[in-house]
Write a protein that binds this ligand. Structure first.
Ligand code: APR
Length: 230
């Protein structure tokens, strides 16, 4: 079975109503990264950090998977598919994809501040000061903040190296190490980008570019791939 690896960013969830980070009116235009998404912010003002992610979580719970998330599930009928996502939302899961690696964490989970391996599925839509892990330490969002290591990166590299088809959807490729994944594709892999601002990416010219929104471009390429390889 051929292997497809799909590398997604905020753009795939944009049409589900979840703001991207760097487009105009993106999240980082309205919040300072260093105030809400760094270990320093957590030490300085944990209430503010928790509130920021509590708001994000409420929006994500309201959102639903769109045609792009759903089209990727279709690929599983004929291919071995892994999704490597930078997104903290759970829309790939709710669409029905089976193998998902979250590079930047998951907003629907919390994590101990004393032992990073203690990770919990949230039972409510918020984490509050005073919510503790089984060791008695404060819980934080299970999110990779700026300045923190990306524990899933090694696994993501090895998955990317095995891809026969590598598809990038809706990411500015501005954040490392995630963006460096594109360097690990096999020389003979088919490589595709779906992003309405594809020009900005400056990808190597062996990428096939589909300069469309995810809900149009992803069903299109999924159909093409299914026709070409099945
Ligand atoms: N369909 C597809 N792509 C879209 C759409 C859409 N409807 N709308 C916007 N995009 C594209 C933009 O053109 C851009 O290339 O989505 C991308 C969004 O880029 P960013 O906002 O930078 O999001 P992302 O690349 O996922 O950010 C990476 O940055 O702040 C961190 O941790 C956060 O995981 C995130 C990381």
């Amino acid at each position: 079975m051929k292997r497809i690896v799909v590398f997604t960013g905020a753009g795939i969830s944009a049409e589900s109503g979840i703001k991207t980070f760097r487009d105009s009116d993106g999240l980082w235009e309205n919040y300072a990264v260093e105030d809400v998404a760094t270990p320093q912010a957590w030490y300085k003002n944990p209430e503010m950090v928790l509130e920021f992610y509590n708001q994000r979580r409420k929006q994500i719970i309201q959102a639903t998977p769109n045609a792009a998330h759903k089209a990727l599930v279709e690929l599983e009928k004929e291919f071995d598919v892994t999704i490597i996502t930078q997104n903290i939302d759970d829309l790939h899961e709710r669409a029905g994809s089976s193998h998902i690696v979250h590079l930047h964490g998951e907003i629907m989970k919390s994590r101990s501040t004393i032992n990073a391996s203690l990770i919990y599925a949230l039972q409510s839509d918020c984490i509050l000061i005073g919510d503790k892990c089984e060791k008695g330490s404060q819980l934080r969002p299970h999110i990779v903040w700026f300045g923190e290591a990306v524990p899933m990166m090694e696994e993501a590299i090895s998955i990317t190296q095995g891809a026969d088809i590598f598809i990038i959807i809706g990411t500015s490729l501005a954040v490392y190490p995630a963006a460096s994944l594109i360097q690990f594709t096999k020389a003979n892999a088919t490589t595709i980008l779906v992003d309405p601002n594809a020009d900005a990416q400056q990808l190597p010219d062996y990428f096939t570019v589909v300069a469309q929104n995810a809900t149009e471009g992803v069903p299109l390429i999924v159909n093409k791939i299914l026709k070409a390889y099945v």
